[in-house]
Design a protein. Structure first.
Lengths: 343, 222
């Protein structure tokens, strides 16, 4: 039997393995696993690492996460108000940028690894690396330059600045976000993260028109990837579809892993990638809350039947909602192991 | 340029997310004799309706175009209504906000922008709105519709969201007079979710919401 890293490497290279890699992105569930509130849970890197390891051992999936919640990035850039829920992900509770002057005032830390907000993530990564490093892929989440302003000022204010200007303020913010992005990705990679999820809704034509993607999004994607290299980087658009841009991104950046939207056609995605990279089929995990076990199994089977031919396929989830019953998590994973068997 | 040409070019400007071109077209048309009423009813509203029609047809249509349609429509309508010969008849009123625990504002903003052209007044309740406040404000503003936006699963399904608003409307005997519409990402990933949370309707996107809200207003008892 292979371990998660062997399965992932085999899928990327198209070599033999016992089954396809199965990524299950359990984050908030860690608090339940340890019997803690989300606020208590996320205050400690040791707890997050402990829960990640426990959940991986319990369910048998192939990855662990160093991500706490997306708002962590805003904390590294000055946000000091996080809004905790009892049954869902923490949110940015106060925006760092409220005016154009705030853009001028925004300072990217010289070394984010020395920032107190990074300390717990670093602890978590240290533990994960020592416990499962090299055996199970350690994932990190990094928001792309073009998407980062949304968590610093809110999506609507960012869209206003992006599309209506002033252009010089927009460009100044993007330049600062790019500096942060490069530092953050390298910090996670240096700390032992193997899989670097490059999250960019603006890399999807569900969010911007193709013309805008080509003229604005793509140059920033190229700049981001040129600065950090392609190793371990996964193209992901925050659950938005991106089949129409895969060929361009592949050709212009050399990125080799594509984490599709649940609404992307897996067969089409694989056809576009055409063996040049790893296709990740992603289940609509919001439906996992209410689906029956038979429906879960059927969906997993359908997805794997679409993705398996020709190899180089990974089965994955989005950020699994807290409300998904444990039985459905198990049912989904057991179906993925069964239908994804390669021997 | 006749109205048909103006309408076509205005639509193109919106699709290209080109606000400056859209505004220039309108201003030139008004300078050349097109009335403010024609601009709103024959150009802006058809542009929104055209956007709605394209949703689900496989045509490329995206969040940026929705945002710009709303921004430009709202800006043009506000300017033109001030120049109407007589004040337009208001169709109805909606109070709108994000569910308790939810701080995402984009969807709500797009909805409000489009409603202006539909002659629907809106009261923006902001973010993280308690369920009681949705109902109290709806009553205070004589609103026919409560709009609840939620971008996260737990705020869409939570006990302090739409479910609680429904319970309060029921307890206060307001269900015939006030209808609930919900929207946001979780509803797109689970198209039956609006029923689970006991809303009267949902909208696939913020642009389509305008049409559904108008229908709900017409269906609500006075």
């Amino acid at each position: 039997m292979n371990n998660g890293m062997q399965r992932l490497v085999a899928a990327i290279n198209g070599t033999a393995s016992d089954r396809i890699p199965v990524f299950c992105n359990l984050l908030d569930q860690g608090a339940r696993e340890l019997g803690l509130s989300l606020e208590e849970y996320y205050s400690s890197g040791e707890r997050v690492a402990e829960a990640q390891l426990k959940m991986r051992a319990k369910y048998g999936h192939d990855n662990v996460w160093s991500l706490f919640y997306v708002g962590k990035e805003a904390e590294l850039l000055g946000c000091n108000k996080i809004f905790y829920a009892k049954d869902g992900p923490p949110n940015v509770g106060g925006f760092v940028i409220r005016s154009h002057d705030d853009v001028h005032r925004l300072v990217v830390p010289k070394d984010i690894t020395a920032h107190p907000a990074f300390a717990e993530s670093a602890k978590c990564l240290r533990i994960l690396k020592s416990e499962v490093g090299g055996k199970y892929p350690i994932c990190a989440y990094i928001t792309a330059t073009m998407a980062l302003p949304a968590i610093l000022m809110g999506m609507d204010q960012w869209m206003e600045l992006l599309f209506l200007g002033p252009i010089e303020v927009r460009n100044e913010l993007l330049a600062k976000c790019h500096d942060f992005f490069v530092q953050e990705l390298l910090a996670y990679r240096n700390a032992g993260a193997d899989v670097l999820v490059y999250s960019n809704p603006f890399g999807s034509t569900d969010i911007v028109p193709m013309k805008y993607f080509m003229e604005h999004s793509l140059p920033w994607i190229e700049k981001d990837i040129a600065a950090v290299g392609t190793a371990g980087v996964v193209y992901y658009c925050g659950m938005a579809r991106f089949n129409p841009v895969i060929a361009t991104v592949l050709q212009r950046t050399g990125l080799g892993v594509y984490y599709l939207s649940p609404f992307d056609d897996i067969r089409e995605g694989k056809k576009i990638i055409a063996g040049r990279g790893l296709t990740c089929g992603v289940i609509n995990d919001i439906k996992l809350i209410d689906w029956s076990e038979a429906e879960v199994t059927h969906e997993v089977k359908t997805m794997i039947e679409a993705g398996l031919p020709g190899g180089k396929f990974l089965f994955g989830t989005g950020v699994m909602p807290y409300a998904i019953p444990e039985t459905n998590i198990r049912t989904m994973l057991e179906a993925a192991y069964r239908f994804g068997r390669l021997e | 340029m006749n109205i048909k040409q103006l309408s076509r070019e205005f639509n193109e400007a919106i699709y290209d997310t080109d606000r400056d071109r859209a505004l220039r077209l309108i201003h030139d048309a008004v300078a050349n004799g097109v009335t403010p009423e024609e601009v709103v009813f024959d150009v802006v509203i058809p542009a929104i309706e055209q956007t709605v029609k394209l949703v689900g047809t496989g045509a490329e249509l995206n969040l940026a175009q929705h945002f710009m349609t709303s921004q430009i429509s709202s800006e043009v309508t506000e300017e033109m209504v001030r120049r109407f010969k007589k004040a337009p008849e208001i169709l109805g009123h909606i109070v709108i906000g994000t569910a308790r625990g939810d701080l995402h504002t984009l969807g709500k903003r797009i909805v409000i922008g489009c409603l202006q052209a539909h002659m629907v007044e809106s009261t923006d309740l902001g973010v993280n709105v308690p369920p009681e406040r949705f109902v109290d404000e709806a009553v205070a503003h004589h609103a026919q519709v409560i709009g609840i936006s939620a971008m996260m699963v737990h705020t869409a399904r939570g006990e302090e969201g739409c479910l609680k608003v429904r319970q309060i409307l029921h307890e206060r005997g307001l269900e015939d007079r006030i209808k609930i519409i919900v929207g946001g990402a979780p509803y797109r990933f689970d198209r039956q979710l609006y029923q689970t949370v006991q809303a009267d309707a949902w909208a696939e996107d913020a642009i389509s919401a305008g049409k559904t809200i108008v229908e709900l207003i017409r269906g609500a008892k006075p």
